[in-house]
Design a protein around this ligand. Structure first.
Ligand code: ADP
Ligand code: MG
Length: 650
């Protein structure tokens, strides 16, 4: 983990804008330069049940409110008379006992979180004696959800904002460091549960040649959402409690630094912004001298915690003008927080005060410390870095573009042969271009005459030798056309064959017909020549029938007889004669009729039919008569109707 840096290669940007509550670090104003003092707030803890209230008052003076603390008379009386009885301290804002956690977050932490989101470093640290509410303010109370402190609220706010901002890609990590007795411990180390605190690998400080501080053995855990980050916070807090024993009041003597690391990048940009937010719960600021040691009460007493002593020294040095050396390196805590104190950071301090009578002296010490801190000027700069790999890709592309442009402007053409890869690329481009149905599509090969020439040659090949040019596109079209032609030809051939077949069939039938006719004629002349006889006719009929049928079939005489009753089927009853028989034929028919077994029945039927026909004719005539009558009457009715209508009108 890079903890702090004096000079950062590739870093650029401006300082955070003036420290006005509600200022925004986002937008163009964020680039404004300028130094800014550390903002110091005071928060007074509510009195405990048995605690006696100390005397203090808050004055909302302009421009900054002040806190006046009166030293109780009984205490002051014991001292030298020239001691002051009341002390007045200025703060950015003073939060009374009733101030709720959400108000603290909105006024103190939110503006810093905004700056961190914009790419600046931020630090919020709580300073005060043990029991004054540092942990309550930074982490929060465990009893109520509304008691959540700055860390969970800040995480919630940050992840909320990140989710809303889709213009950048963000990555967030957290680390949780505890410094106890000048030793650093990784509170997120998973081995915490299994081993003793002393056995864990210590977090140590390393400084590189650019004076950047790196923390060895401090893990950076990625947190992609609020829940993951909160789980890490709880893990760290649990580990912190495990290490604590009644004998070893670690929580009041150790410093805890929860850090949120954010990096952001706009898509496609090579610039990365890094920022980190330290949320610091310092060790109790109580000093050696306590009530009862007369004369020393309100003078500077020694810190119980040595690193707080070094912190104070750093702050004194920073507050003094013309001090060139700042003793950051004296303690681990000041090294880690170097940027937060007099460096590249937006820093805010919360002085937590327990204003009961017994703790008045400590509260005054806390306020004194706060006044010194308020003098320190910091300069937060935008922590931007260029991602080298992305930069290389961008520069390569720029070089290529410039080369093209240069070739176009100077008219100087490259003479080297196009590579196999380039040729393949061009082939692909030509193919897509030819396939594109959009009339506005263009073939863009850049300002390279070699490529342009190649395209022309290739296109010419395609046009002149569509099949051999190997262009799938054209050859495909041609084969498609060929296919359709072939299909049509096949159809034509088929139809032609069919036609030929029909012609042949017709020819065969015609010759057959002719033969039959000839045979019929011959048979008739034979009949005329010899005396007519049923036996002869039957014979002749059977013969002609046999021949007219297919050779595989032979008719018996009986069949021929049956057939003879259905005369129209006989071949000699040709259509050409309109179904009427020739003279010879009629005679033969008469003979046949006379000799036929059913001839009497036929004659009877004929008579009956004639009779019926006459009856029908008679009825038809009658019917016609009646119809005429009806028509006549109809005409009369119409006439009447017309007459009536005419009468009705008049
Ligand atoms: P520190 O971390 O400075 O030693 P704590 O934050 O542990 O002090 O606070 C000591 C006790 O006082 C805790 O029980 C805490 O819940 C309570 N406390 C501190 N500040 C407040 C406050 N503003 N409102 C309500 N309770 C508080
Ligand atoms: Mg605490």
């Amino acid at each position: 983990v890079r903890a702090g840096s004096r000079s950062r290669p590739g870093a650029r940007g401006g300082a955070c804008p003036p420290a006005v509550p509600g200022y925004g670090c986002r937008g163009p104003a964020a680039a404004a330069m300028g130094k800014e003092t550390i903002r110091v707030y005071a928060r007074v803890k509510p009195l405990g049940r048995r605690q006696q209230a100390g005397s203090y008052s808050v004055d909302d003076e302009e421009p900054l409110p002040s806190l006046e603390i009166a030293v109780p008379r009984d205490l002051a009386d014991g001292f030298i008379n020239n001691k002051r009885e009341s002390y007045k301290f200025k703060f950015q804002k003073i939060f009374g006992q009733e101030a709720k956690q959400d108000v603290i977050f909105d006024s103190i932490a939110k503006p810093v979180a905004e700056c961190v989101l914009a790419g600046y470093n931020g630090t919020i640290f709580a300073y005060g004696q043990t029991g004054s509410g540092k942990t309550f303010t930074i982490t929060g109370g465990a009893e109520r959800y509304s008691d959540r402190g700055i860390i969970p609220r800040t995480l919630s706010y940050i992840f909320d904002q990140l989710q809303k901002d889709s213009s950048k890609v963000y990555t967030t990590h957290v680390s949780y460091l505890e410094i106890y007795n000048e030793c650093g411990y990784d509170l997120l180390d998973p081995r915490h549960e299994a081993s003793k605190m002393e056995d864990l690998p210590k977090v140590t400080i390393m400084e590189d040649s650019d004076q950047n501080i790196h923390l060895k053995n401090l893990s950076l855990q990625q947190a992609t959402n609020e829940e993951e980050a909160l789980n890490l916070l709880f893990l760290g807090d649990t580990n912190r409690m495990i290490a604590e024993t009644p004998m070893n009041q670690a929580s009041s003597r150790s410093h805890c630094i929860f850090t949120i690391h954010i990096s952001s990048k706009e898509p496609g940009s090579a610039t990365i912004r890094h920022s980190k937010l330290h949320l610091v719960d310092l060790a109790g600021s109580e000093r050696v001298a306590k009530t009862g040691i007369g004369g020393h009460l309100l003078t500077e007493a020694k810190y119980i915690n040595l690193s707080l002593h070094y912190l104070e020294q750093v702050i004194i040095a920073l507050a003094e003008k013309n001090r060139s050396h700042i003793p950051y390196r004296n303690s681990m805590m000041t090294s880690v927080l170097r940027d937060s104190l007099g460096g590249n950071c937006m820093t805010t301090m919360i002085a937590t005060l327990a204003m009961d009578k017994r703790n008045i002296d400590e509260s005054i010490s806390t306020c004194r410390f706060a006044q010194r801190v308020a003098l320190i000027k910091n300069e937060a700069v935008l922590n931007e870095e260029i991602d080298p790999t992305l930069m290389i890709v961008q520069l390569k592309k720029e070089i290529q573009d410039l080369k093209y442009e240069l070739a176009l402007v100077t008219g100087k053409q490259r003479t080297s042969e196009l590579s196999q890869e380039e040729l393949l690329q061009l082939d692909e481009l030509i193919e897509t271009f030819l396939r594109d149905n959009d009339p506005d599509s263009s073939l863009d090969v850049g300002a390279d005459m070699r490529k342009i020439k190649y395209c022309f040659v290739h296109m010419k090949q395609i046009i002149n030798h569509p099949v051999t040019s190997g262009t799938k596109l054209l050859s495909q079209d041609i084969s498609e056309e060929k296919n359709s032609n072939k299909e049509a030809g096949e159809e034509l051939e088929k139809l032609k064959g069919l036609l030929q077949q029909r012609d042949n069939e017709i020819n065969i039938l015609v010759t057959m017909l002719k033969k039959e006719r000839k045979k019929a004629r011959d048979a008739l002349s034979q009949l005329n020549a010899i005396s007519a006889g049923s036996t002869v006719l039957e014979q002749s009929l059977s013969m002609s029938l046999e021949e007219s049928q297919s050779p595989s079939r032979c008719f018996s005489l009986k069949e021929a007889k049956d057939l003879s009753s259905s005369v129209p089927r006989l071949p000699f009853l040709s259509r050409e004669t309109g179904g009427k028989m020739s003279l010879g034929c009629q005679e033969a028919f008469e003979v046949f009729k006379r000799d036929h077994a059913d001839s009497i029945t036929i004659e009877d039927n004929k008579q009956l039919l004639k009779q019926r026909f006459d009856e029908a004719k008679c009825l038809g005539e009658k019917l016609n008569e009646v119809r005429n009558k009806i028509n006549h009457l109809k005409g009369k009715v119409i006439q009447r109707q017309i007459q009536r209508a005419a009468l009705g009108k008049s």
